[in-house]
Design a binder for this molecule. Structure first.
Ligand SMILES: [Zn+2]
Length: 257
């Protein structure tokens, strides 16, 4: 994987236009499909302002965002209602976050959030643009990256170091089972995965996860049976090989690459 941008520094009106051209060229040359392993992605031929790529083999789509600052807890995205509609459709894209060094003119980190980690809860509605704005009333969105479990941030390049492709594909496969569950069921699974992340240990007990009961109750106020629901999600995560039961009320996360 070559990290440098090859496009010349042509005169662009804005830094963001320049960054888009760099990123587009780099993804077309170097990125691969982390769903099926296809060695290249093709630029999608839509006219939307979103930079989209598509895998010519499995048709998975990738929405690419690039910036020179490291990505924080939220990322600005397009129109809110369009995003929510797309999220519910089969063409919902994976999110590829490209972090680059504007002085060295090269890519530093690339992280992909698989599309099965997206639920409406992590799309935040921004306030409508003011009456004085050119697009008055337009409602944008933020993607709340901070609410995505660790397993949903898959690096193919981290701080200049390429992660072996076999490891990336393996890591991707570990959570692919989420695609099979509906949006609501997936919401619970993701929240329990996050609770397990917050426990912060490979081996843990049921009580460690129960410690997050209040947060889960706040997210799902209609559910009065949060503890049984937690146990049920842990069971689903076990059935799909994400974690294993090692004894009464004891669990172990399977090794994540
Ligand atoms: Zn593919």
């Amino acid at each position: 994987m070559r990290l440098g941008f090859e496009e010349s520094q042509a005169a662009f009106n804005s830094g963001s236009q320049q960054a888009r051209v760099w990123t587009e060229g780099w993804v077309a040359r170097e990125a691969y499909c982390i769903n099926c392993g296809s060695p290249s992605l093709t630029k999608a031929t839509n006219n939307s302002p979103v930079l989209d790529f598509v895998c010519p083999v499995c048709s998975d789509q990738f929405e690419v965002k690039a910036q020179k600052k490291a990505f924080g807890a939220k990322v600005a995205d397009g129109a809110y209602f369009t995003k929510i509609e797309r999220l519910k459709s089969a063409t919902n894209p994976n999110l590829m976050l490209v972090n680059y060094d504007a002085e060295q003119l090269q890519v530093r980190s690339v992280c992909v959030v698989p599309r099965h980690f997206f639920i409406p809860d992590i799309i935040q509605k921004r306030p409508p643009l003011a009456e004085t704005a050119r697009r008055a009333g337009w409602i944008g969105s933020n993607i709340l990256l901070g609410r995505v479990p660790e397993a949903g941030r898959i690096f193919i390049l981290r701080n200049g170091v390429e992660i072996p492709k076999a490891d990336v594909l393996q890591r991707w496969k570990q959570t692919l089972f989420l695609r099979g569950s509906g949006l609501e069921a997936r919401g619970w699974l993701l929240e329990v995965m996050r609770a397990v992340d917050l426990v912060g240990r490979q081996e843990f007990e049921l009580d460690d996860v129960y410690a997050h009961e209040a947060r889960l109750s706040a997210i799902y106020p209609g559910n009065k049976n949060v503890r049984p629901k937690i146990r049920q999600q842990l069971q689903v995560l076990r059935d799909n090989g994400y974690l294993e039961f090692v004894g009464r009320g004891r669990y172990r996360l399977r090794a994540h690459v």
